[in-house]
Design a protein around this ligand. Structure first.
Ligand code: PLP
Length: 409
């Protein structure tokens, strides 16, 4: 059993939710890939902002507004440093990854894509990186092509290379697949895409909570991050964009302070990132996300990454011993989760039995129906880890799975 490292030893106590029970059992939370629990300091940051500091941003000359604006822009600096962006203006605050990819698809379709252009997505995408491209397909006259994967859940890089041509204008894929845990070789994929002049958009929903992200090293053009999966409040995330690209991109939504000048005949727009932040933004949530970034920095992303790998190895070994259990997603490079089926047992039935034992896991298609079709399964069970996950959680999961096997077989 791996030993919890010094930097994570008192972490669980910082999450108030673990003080509660579920069905009279201690909570074993193994659904961080869906959304993470929140540390007390993030909860306290929201409380303090709403009770002592609340005001709108960028819309008033009074003190509360100036202070809110300063806190909001400070969160932008933290987000920029979190992904190693060149400047804070490369960060656009949004509700999360779904909104970030919708923004990218609509904006690129309006400003850059031409009929006949191709957008490549991978076979292991979340619906959030498939459907937005389908929604703009007819408007923009583009084609969507799919980079295949093998049965371990790894992208076929030879096939990807063969698909690249001057027609490919966007390559959009996840850094870590939420249904398989695969870590994709983004640096290599980006270098190949740039060879044909394509823009690379990375869905970082599952990578940002576990890996150290460096957009300059990856050299990607757009990188979407979800705050609620990395210990921040729900309702806030961000899109990193290379500034020279953001400058070429049309607005996504209109209204509020995203404008330069408005006439009834036409309007002109602010520079990025404000051009993409129409309406009142999720102010408290963004400030809370800044606190979550500090929380992650204080632990250290290297320590988080190492603990994630230790948990992954332990869970893989522990669950392999369960008769009839098959892993779905066995890539060499993985992060954050194990997904599996058990012969003769429906994932939903197993998840209900686990829930009675206080164990929260996800059962379903994980918003990745094409992945389920690839592996010819209707659904899988997924146990995903966070900074508060301890090896005993995996032992409780394994015991619950044994119990489910006894009850259902
Ligand atoms: N992409 C991936 C890989 C995800 O796992 C998720 C959420 O589960 C999303 C996108 C959607 O993210 P959000 O909830 O921030 O919109």
């Amino acid at each position: 059993m791996p030993v919890v490292p010094e930097s994570l030893r008192d972490i669980r106590a910082q999450f108030p939710i673990f003080a509660r029970t579920v069905h009279d059992q201690p909570l074993v939370y193994l659904d961080t890939a869906a959304t993470s629990q929140k540390p007390a300091r993030v909860i306290e940051r929201l409380r303090k902002f709403y009770s002592d500091e609340y005001g709108t941003v960028r819309r008033g000359s009074y003190l509360l507004c100036q202070q809110s604006t300063a806190m909001f822009e400070c969160a932008r600096k933290k987000a920029a440093s979190f992904v190693n962006a060149e400047r804070p203006e490369e960060i656009v605050f949004l509700r999360g990854v779904t909104e970030a990819i919708n923004l990218a698809a609509v904006s690129l379709a309006r400003s850059i894509l031409k009929p006949g252009d191709e957008v490549l997505v991978s076979a292991m995408e979340h619906h959030a990186n498939i459907v937005p491209w389908q929604l703009v397909r007819d408007m923009a006259g583009i084609h969507i092509r799919v980079i295949p994967m093998n049965d371990k859940g790894e992208l076929c890089l030879d096939a990807y290379e063969a698909m690249l041509s001057e027609r490919v204008k966007v390559v959009a894929l996840n850094h870590v697949a939420n249904s398989l845990g695969t870590i994709n070789p983004i640096k290599q994929i980006t270098a190949l895409a740039h060879g044909v002049g394509a823009i690379v958009l990375v869905d970082g929903a599952q990578s940002a909570p576990h890996l150290k992200i460096d957009v300059r090293d990856l050299d990607c053009d757009l990188y979407a991050v979800s705050g609620h999966k990395m210990y921040g409040p729900s309702g806030a995330g961000f899109l990193y964009g290379r500034y020279s690209l953001l400058e070429r991109m049309a607005p996504y939504q209109g209204g509020g302070e995203m404008i330069d000048r408005v006439e009834f005949s036409e309007s002109t727009f602010e520079d990025p990132p404000y051009r993409f932040e129409a309406g009142t933004p999720p102010i408290a949530e963004v400030i809370g996300l800044g606190e979550a970034i500090d929380f992650l920095h204080d632990i250290g992303l290297e320590a988080i990454e190492a603990w994630d790998q230790a948990l992954l190895a332990y869970a893989t070994a522990r669950l392999s011993a369960i008769p009839g259990l098959r892993f779905v997603g066995e890539a060499e490079a993985r992060s954050g989760l194990v997904a599996f089926t058990i012969d003769g047992m429906h994932p939903f039935d197993v998840a209900s039995i686990l829930d009675r034992k206080g164990v929260a896991v996800r059962a379903g298609h994980h918003c990745a129906q094409p992945v389920m079709r690839h592996f010819d399964v209707p659904a899988t069970l997924r146990a995903s880890f966070g900074v508060y996950t301890v090896p005993e959680d995996i032992d409780t999961l394994a015991a619950g799975l044994e119990l489910a096997r006894d009850m259902l077989s």
